[in-house]
Design a protein around this ligand. Structure first.
Ligand SMILES: NC(=O)c1ccc[n+]([C@@H]2O[C@H](COP(=O)([O-])OP(=O)(O)OC[C@H]3O[C@@H](n4cnc5c(N)ncnc54)[C@H](O)[C@@H]3O)[C@@H](O)[C@H]2O)c1
Length: 321
């Protein structure tokens, strides 16, 4: 009996794999390594290398392992790039989810936890985003994640699939030094890459309607996030009720300016960030309530901002060794 983690060789998936192991639940990973790393999969975890778009491969995976549920993490996550590559985004995030759900149905696997995103909200006109906040995705990426949620909902009605979708806000930090976010588009890797290469990190705009003029976001630690997937899987295994969606947000905003000064103090590298122009479409502030997830999914912030930056920096440095 195991849970299948799609995208388990990626930044978040690899943390989820470790959280399941720590809780005594066996896992199987499927990943095509399009943005993941084989070395992120722990020794001893069965690793199927290939795409979840490959239906025969999925069928073989379900036949070879007794899989009770799926954490569906695999996806194309670059929201900005998705605007230029809508078909690729829909193929990876929508067609792939349809293929996975069909294989699950065939195999009789009836539990799924889905990696959704804050991007389903677009630019929310509220200080605190709740699950009820209107969904107005502003990129093919955000749209594809919302469609993923609908696919689960509709399969739930049609087949009794037990499901929940977790809308992540800004996932940062590291739970193990060997794991890190290698995205070329996320704030932490961009800042660290600049520092390692001797460039000055840049802030995109400092004239937003926020206390220090820089964008405010909701940063959450990847290991805290991973634990909530275990709690979700446990609830589904026990047949306990779950919400269709949960926000994994901290309720607290941190500005890009504050991130920069924390990075400077944690790394000991003194720098004054360059101020560049605003990026089109960046809202002033996005902060979410994680109240429902706290009630049901053991969700809480177990790490401070310093710890998020420190753990991410440590893993970035071990990668450079
Ligand atoms: N990182 C964030 O801040 C964030 C925020 C919101 C939502 N998410 C979502 O969380 C998930 C994981 O994000 P991440 O940051 O770990 O990204 P990541 O790119 O590190 O992980 C995605 C993994 O999925 C694999 N993959 C992609 N397409 C696949 C396919 N067709 N078949 C098999 N494997 C495939 C990749 O190789 C990679 O290992 C994504 O679905 C992303 O959209 C991430």
């Amino acid at each position: 009996m195991a849970w299948l983690v799609t995208g388990g060789a990626g930044y978040i998936g690899a943390h989820i794999v470790r959280a399941f192991q720590a809780d005594g639940i066996d896992v199987v990973v499927i990943d095509d390594l399009s943005s993941g790393h084989a070395q992120f999969v722990p020794d001893g975890v069965p690793f199927v290398r290939g795409s979840i778009l490959d239906r025969p491969l999925l069928d073989r995976t379900f036949a070879e392992h007794t899989i009770t549920g799926v954490v569906h993490v695999a996806g194309f996550k670059y929201a900005g790039v998705s605007v230029q590559r809508p078909l690729h985004t829909y193929e990876q995030n929508v067609t792939a989810t349809v293929t996975l759900l069909a294989a699950m149905q065939e195999a009789g696997t009836d539990r799924i936890v889905f990696s959704s995103s804050a991007a389903v909200y677009g630019t929310p006109h509220t200080d605190l985003v709740t699950e009820e906040t209107p969904k107005n995705p502003e990129s093919p990426y955000g749209e594809s994640k919302l469609i993923g949620e609908w696919l689960l909902r509709d399969q739930g009605v049609a087949t009794g699939l037990a499901h929940t979708s977790l809308r992540y806000f800004n996932v940062v930090g590291s739970g193990s030094p060997e794991l890190r976010d290698t995205s070329p588009h996320n704030l932490f890797p961009l800042v660290f890459d600049a520092l390692v290469e001797g460039r000055t990190p840049r802030i995109n705009g400092n004239d937003y309607a926020t206390p220090d003029g820089t964008c405010v976001r909701d940063y959450i630690h990847v290991a805290d996030l991973a634990r909530s997937h275990v709690a979700a899987a446990r609830r589904l295994d026990a047949g306990e009720p779950v919400e269709a969606v949960y926000n994994l947000g901290s309720g607290t905003g941190v500005s890009v300016g504050e991130i920069m000064s924390t990075v400077a103090s944690v790394t000991g590298i003194g720098f004054e960030p360059e101020i560049g122009p605003r990026r089109p479409g960046d809202p002033d502030r996005i902060v979410a309530s994680g109240e429902l997830a706290s009630r049901d999914l053991d969700w809480k912030m177990r790490h401070t901002l310093d710890e998020m930056v420190q753990s991410a920096w440590t893993s970035r440095q071990s990668a450079a060794l």
